[in-house]
Design a protein around this ligand. Structure first.
Ligand code: C2E
Ligand code: CA
Ligand code: CA
Length: 557
């Protein structure tokens, strides 16, 4: 059965859950909304999750802060979107920056509201629209026989397809997801009633191309159509014919198609359409293609990512994540001198062998696991610094990477100071690398947060400088102690023999009166040029790759 409709109205009002750890934010929203809605409040992610589970049928909308203690907003969002009984509750994310908007929308948020909050009527309008759209979706998808389009809906479609397979085990079949590009915009432009007509129209055109006798059709989630049909090679033409017909009547409605061809009948019918859907999702934000096929690349990627997430908890427990150290050399004197190191994580997976951070850091940033991983890496690094301090009575500072999403955690500075205190090292022993892209997303909030870290005594290195994010007019105000030049930026400059650009960037560091650190330096030519131009520190394969702690110890000795 599909989910039941969540149009629970108590005393004439729908219910909204406000999940935000800051009292003031909860109260502002409460004041704004209490006349029109019943408001439930949660102070952290876990509390919110408890409320959602116990009241799932009465909550019409969740307003979700991304940064909360105990369970972050993104983690909560992906948790509820992965549970069929909760997934239909619309979630609006309260956010301070554009990048997390994208992540949130990809994770299943319906919309976002920026902080500080816009005018109350703007907030109210967005809330009203999200609730309406979600209820419409549910009303439409709840009817087993979709009267609007005349096609099957969800479960019935799957059941019918299974029966078809049973009687035609040897026929090759394709699973197709056809949908309207950017339905939200179409919905806004044409309105609800026109939209129903459009969907009906599309259904009729689909049926012309995919006739009943060899295809099973389904209307799903308002703006999607599922097609289970004999395998063929001209889906592109069929889509074109449907699109042309639609365009004649409703201009600006674009159709897209994800195809899982020659399905594997050993996997569940609904999973076959998940695969078609993944191909379909590849088209989002891609304006050139209208069709996409499920291929081994998508398959391997989902299997690999699922595996990494499944194995994460064990990996932490079994200490499969190891910290490697890449030395940084001071090149201001005659001879390069070891002056620090960067801590870089490596995952030694018992079956998949060595996995590089590029494969799992972005994934964990998306699903919230990054908070646990970073904590673990910072602790390991601090403990290692402490061990070297005790053993050699001197150390070089080691920098850890602070993920971009960490910048939304108001508790960040407490977490870091706690680790430093518990490990018994000095705040100046643990440098922090904060990527340049983090600064730009919500300048004021981030600048305040970094200021706070600096006041506590942390040394801040701005990572990936020159990757093209910072606006030069704000660089002077940024709280930083060192500039770390982006590796690709340097490589580009050397490839194009554009040395002037290197001088300019180093000049910026001089103006800011902070040392410049170049990373990714691989050749003697690069090293000599950077040294000559006044770069203070160099890190890269030219001196050393990231190495395990025992090897790095030799440098300290
Ligand atoms: P990043 O912070 O820009 O780190 C520099 C990357 O350049 C590292 O890749 C390093 O191994 C590599 N590298 C250093 N010198 C050279 C060189 O001469 N040539 C080339 N080709 N590469 C060089 P790695 O270790 O694969 O890390 C990739 C990214 O993953 C890092 O980029 C960082 O953003 C992230 N990362 C790594 N460890 C952690 C961690 O513990 N926590 C978080 N949040 N992110 C991490
Ligand atoms: Ca770094
Ligand atoms: Ca970097």
């Amino acid at each position: 059965m599909e989910n039941t409709v969540v149009t629970f109205v108590e005393e004439g009002k729908r219910t909204i859950l406000v999940a935000d750890d800051e009292y003031i934010n909860r109260e502002i929203l409460n004041e704004m909304l209490k006349d029109d809605y019943n408001i439930l409040k949660a102070e952290d992610g876990e509390q919110a999750y408890e409320i959602i589970k116990s009241k799932s049928t009465t909550i019409s909308l969740i307003l979700l802060d991304l940064i909360m203690p105990r369970m972050g907003g993104l983690e909560l969002l992906s948790t509820i979107k992965n549970q069929s009984e909760l997934a239909s509750i619309p979630v609006i994310v309260l956010t301070t920056d554009q990048e997390s908007e994208v992540i949130s929308l990809n994770t299943g948020a319906s919309d976002f509201i920026p902080k500080p909050y816009p005018q109350p009527d703007v907030v109210k309008a967005r809330i009203k629209r999200a609730i309406e759209l979600s209820e419409e979706r549910q009303i439409i998808s709840d009817t087993q026989n979709d009267t609007m389009t005349g096609l099957f809906t969800g479960e019935y479609f799957y059941g019918y397809s299974e029966v078809f397979d049973k009687y035609h085990p040897d026929v090759q079949m394709d699973a197709i997801v056809l949908g309207i590009n950017n339905f939200q915009v179409v919905h806004e432009r044409y309105g609800k009633h026109k939209c129903i007509k459009i969907l009906h129209f599309i259904a009729v055109e689909i049926r012309k191309q995919y006739p009943d006798n060899e295809c099973i059709l389904c209307h799903k989630d308002v703006d999607l159509f599922f097609i289970y049909c004999h395998h063929c090679n001209d889906h592109e033409n069929k889509l074109q014919a449907i699109a042309d017909a639609v365009d004649l009547v409703y201009s600006g409605v674009r159709l897209e198609m994800g195809i899982y061809a020659c399905v594997d009948k050993n996997i569940d019918i609904s999973k076959r359409f998940v695969r078609a859907r993944l191909a379909y999702d590849k088209l989002q934000g891609n304006f050139r293609n209208e069709t996409a096929y499920f291929d081994d690349e998508i398959l391997n990627k989902i299997l690999f990512e699922e595996r990494l997430c499944d194995d994460f908890a064990t990996a932490i427990k079994d200490k499969q994540f190891k910290v490697f150290f890449q030395p940084k050399f001071d090149v201001t004197g005659d001879e390069p001198q070891i002056a620090g190191a960067e801590a870089l994580v490596r995952w030694f997976h018992p079956e998949l062998n060595l996995i590089s951070p590029g494969k799992f850091i972005p994934l964990f940033e998306n699903n919230g696991l990054i908070y646990k991983l970073d904590d673990y890496i910072w602790k390991c690094t601090a403990a290692q610094i402490k061990e070297w301090k005790d053993k050699y009575h001197k150390i070089v500072p080691v920098s850890v990477n602070i993920s971009r999403v960490e910048m939304y955690d108001p508790n960040l500075s407490n977490r870091l100071t706690k680790i430093v205190e518990e490990c018994g090292i000095d705040i100046t022993d643990l440098h922090l690398e904060i990527t340049e892209s983090a600064y730009v997303s919500d300048s004021n909030m981030i600048i305040e947060r970094v200021e706070d870290l600096r006041k506590k005594g942390f040394y801040i290195e701005m990572d990936d400088f020159g990757a093209g994010y910072s606006s030069l007019n704000m660089i002077g105000e940024l709280p930083i102690d060192a500039l770390k030049l982006d590796m690709l930026f340097l490589r580009n400059a050397f490839n194009k023999r554009n040395m002037k650009i290197i001088d300019i960037v180093l000049e910026i560091a001089r103006c800011l009166e902070v040392p410049a650190i170049a990373e990714g330096v691989e050749t003697e030519e690069q090293y000599l040029k950077l040294k000559e131009s006044g770069c203070s520190m160099i890190q890269g394969y030219y001196f050393s790759k990231p190495i395990p702690c025992e090897e790095f110890e030799k440098y300290i000795q």
